[in-house]
Write a protein that binds this ligand. Sequence first.
Ligand SMILES: [Zn+2]
Length: 132
Amino acid sequence: MLPTFANLNQRKIPVDPTCPICKCKRQTILHGLWSCSHLKLVRSEWYQKLAGNHKGKVYFIDFILDCFSRLKKEDLELFCVCLWKVWSLRNDVVHNSINEREIDVVGWASCFIVELHNANSGQNRILVVVTI
Ligand SMILES: [Zn+2]
């Protein structure tokens, strides 16, 4: 469960449940990671692969399960990294007053995955020798 403002408000924490980015809708998980009007670019990058499946979904669990059933493994990995980056960017706006909403989330996620796979493949491992 992500600590969105709607979730915090529902748990009686005195915060405004409105999305701090668009200031129009409640910041639910689905809104914060996918439906917010400020995420049009991210949604458009995934529109064909997801066949517009987000429309009509109310709960994030329904949305993500549908995504899991539609995406290939490599696309699913990229999709999850994109959602992680979207959440990170939102946290930067809320907690650090850093606004990088214009960032190419899908491009960033693609580079991140390549770097991650390279790091895990052993090509860039650093050998540390400890002598006693
Ligand atoms: Zn919003």
